[in-house]
Design a protein around this ligand. Structure first.
Ligand SMILES: [Zn+2]
Length: 137
């Protein structure tokens, strides 16, 4: 990956948030993409792992959607509508999973379903529904 100004590692203030947020999850807040430090470092290395590239692809979907809708509108909908939130995540996971599948790799769908049905995504969906939808890609 070329080091681009809008992709940043989660350092500094991010460290004050719960560890799972600063070290295990990425966030797009248009026009920036924030990545866990290990994933960021891997992506700027000469031979990044496919899993890291897949995370970036996931965030790039959010980036494009936020750009399209406008960050304010997107953020409000993301916070108030669990349906919108789940749909946005499905769009992003679709790209991530499709990319990994082409390389014969998989994503831990149980873990993703667990996270989607937790506080991390403001309980946007049940575990069962999340797993069912993720398995469709
Ligand atoms: Zn996402």
């Amino acid at each position: 990956m070329k080091r681009t100004a809008n992709i940043k590692p989660k350092i500094g203030l991010w460290k004050f948030l719960p560890k799972i947020i600063s070290t295990k999850t990425a966030q797009c807040i248009y026009p920036f993409i924030f990545l866990p430090e290990d994933i960021y470092k891997d992506l700027i290395s000469p031979t990044p792992k496919s899993e890291s590239v897949a995370v970036l692809l996931h965030e790039k979907v959010h980036f494009e959607r936020q750009k399209e809708k406008g960050i304010v509108q997107w953020s409000i909908l993301y916070i108030i509508s669990s349906k919108f939130r789940f749909n946005e995540e499905l769009l992003a996971f679709k790209e991530q999973i499709k990319y990994l599948k082409k390389l014969n790799l998989t994503l831990d769908l149980e873990l993703r379903a667990k996270r989607l049905s937790s506080y991390l995504y403001l309980w946007c969906v049940s575990y069962e529904k999340a797993l069912l939808e993720l398995k469709k890609f």
